[in-house]
Ligand binder design. Sequence first.
Ligand code: FCB
Length: 481
Amino acid sequence: MPAYQISRRTLLRGAAGSAALLAAGCTRDPAPPAPTGSGSASALGLRFPPSFVWGAATSAYQIEGAANEDGRGPSIWDTFSHAAGHTRNGDTGDVAADHYHHLESDLDLMRGLGLKSYRFSISWPRVLPGGTGRVNPKGVDFYRRLVDGLAERGIAAVATLFHWDLPQALQDRGGWENRDSAAWFADYAGVMYAALGDRVHTWLTLNEPKTVVDVGYRFGVHAPGLRDPGRAFVAAHHLLLAHGRAVQAFRAGGRGRIGAAINLAPAYPDDDTDDAAKRATELADGYENRLYLDPILKGSYPADVLDDLGAGAPMRAAIRDGDLAVIGSKIDVLAVQYYNPVFVGASGSYETKLPTSEASWQQIYPQGFYDILTRIRRDYGDIPLIVTENGRPTTDQVRDGQVDDPERIAFLRDHLAAAHRAIRAGVRLEAYHLWSLMDNFEWAEGYGQRWGIVYVDYPTQRRIEKSSAKWYRDVIAGNGI
Ligand code: FCB
């Protein structure tokens, strides 16, 4: 059992050189502009490069609903959320934000905000109800309408192929523990490249394999709900292999560009005068970051993590000759998701040193965003980066038809300031998608946490722009904060 602890969701809870600056096209206004919109966050006078792309993110199971319509098959999240005791209040994604039936108005909402890019995910069981084999034309049609609607509105489509809703039929065949999962995933990816290839700007294979491994397979808090480190890291290897196979399938005929969405957590010793804490931090960094970045970007697993897993670890036996070359197939872009740092004690325990958001796993630390972005460039080279998730939940309430969420505005502003500094330091950061466009089903937390810039009144499915949405519209229009 690895000596580190999980950074999130363990419990179901109650200024760089001016040359780089100019090269990046990033500027600082001589005087901050007057705030134009909600006015609730002071403007910092930071302009982003003219080519910078502003977006927002969602995922299929969290917003679509229509769980039993038009031939969609069940996913592991349908199974998991319907079994007692797995989600807050027994919430499920059956209806969620009912995006499936609000597609056109949600697209108009995106245009109204001025989004330049929308990052969504495709529900594998909506398209292939049994996971492999028969394609469901109505499922494909939904995503075609989505990408056509985005194109009509001048919004770039960033499509994630796997955001955790594995077809239940494939779980029944062993899911990610079965090596065949890599081939199932590549076949499904091929179906989507062929169906939507002319409309998708950027493809992303996996969303946060680390969360699947840790929260789904080690801590049993997400689907499929296992608590088995041996099986967890076998799943990790097959997820990564699936990523590599999907990249290879893309090279054989896909259009656009491809990468993976990896959640990164910069690790710091809780006491930087303590050598044991520093060593534990290095290993925690291995599990949090290098276990996913190294194979994808360097074609190798980090030796310290493999050592820590032990010579007899089932994952070691699952790695076959040639796998790492597949996993390390060249990608065009790395999608970074940043929510929190980890502070590591001498024993490998994770400490809470900073205030958290309503998500108790989320310590708020914008500097960590800068640190992780610059670290990728330092350790992995100059690969183009896009941010595909960053955000926080707030306890929102509707008052006089308005939802005021100043904490979210402050969070986004401070993290964007850190991203701006990273660009000035030479990081090739091309785009930012906040999490999330709208409130949604937050996995084990159900509907109890609201992460959107748009409030969803679930009983009526009415959308209300929060003050953060109005603020973000101004950010996009002004290309800066
Ligand atoms: C990320 C997930 C996303 C959402 C946010 C809050 O880990 O990718 O679906 O749950 O956290």
